[in-house]
Design a protein around this ligand. Structure first.
Ligand SMILES: [Fe+2]
Ligand SMILES: [Fe+2]
Length: 145
C-alpha cells in the first residue's frame, strides 16, 4: 500500500473533489459553470483513462484482481454516461443541478471505494515490482502529468 501510485491517485482524486464542490456552487448558464464543468470533465476522463492503463490493466492480469478491476471500469463508464447527460442538457435547466448531484454522488462513492477497498486489494494481488512500476505508467498515460 505504500507504493507511489496510490499517493499519486489520491492526490489526483482530491482535484476531482475540489472541482465537484466548485461546480456545485455555480448557478444557471454561467461562465463559471461552463468553465468549471469543462475542467471537471477533462479531469475525470484523463484520470480514468490513465488509471485504466496502469492500475486496472495490472489488476486485470493479476490473479484475484479482475473482479474489482471490472467493477471500477464499469463505474468509470457510469460516470461518463452522467457527464454526457449533463452535456446534452441546458445549463439553465433547473434539473441540471439535480443531475450534477447524481454525478457528484457517484464520483465521490467511486473515489471512496478506490481509496478504501480497491487500492488495498491491488496491494494484495500485485507484486512489489509491478506496483513500483505503476506510478510511471500512470504519469505517462496522463496527458497533463
Ligand atoms: Fe481513481
Ligand atoms: Fe477510478
Amino acid at each position: 500500500m505504500s507504493a507511489e501510485i496510490f499517493k499519486t491517485l489520491r492526490e489526483d482524486h482530491d482535484k476531482q473533489r475540489t472541482l465537484l464542490d466548485l461546480v456545485g456552487k455555480t448557478k444557471g448558464d454561467s461562465e463559471g459553470r461552463r468553465e468549471l464543468f469543462a475542467r471537471l470533465k477533462r479531469e475525470l476522463e484523463e484520470h480514468a483513462m490513465a488509471e485504466e492503463k496502469s492500475l486496472y490493466a495490472a489488476m486485470m492480469s493479476a490473479d484475484g484482481g479482475q473482479e474489482k478491476a471490472r467493477h471500477s471500469v464499469a463505474e468509470h463508464k457510469d460516470i461518463d454516461d452522467i457527464v454526457e447527460q449533463l452535456e446534452e442538457m441546458e445549463m439553465s435547466n433547473p434539473r441540471w443541478l439535480a443531475t450534477f448531484d447524481r454525478l457528484k454522488h457517484k464520483v465521490l462513492h467511486h473515489l471512496e471505494e478506490e481509496e478504501h477497498e480497491i487500492f488495498q486489494a491491488a496491494g494484495r494481488v500485485l507484486d512489489d515490482e509491478r506496483k513500483e512500476s505503476l506510478n510511471e505508467v500512470f504519469v505517462e498515460a496522463h496527458p497533463r502529468m
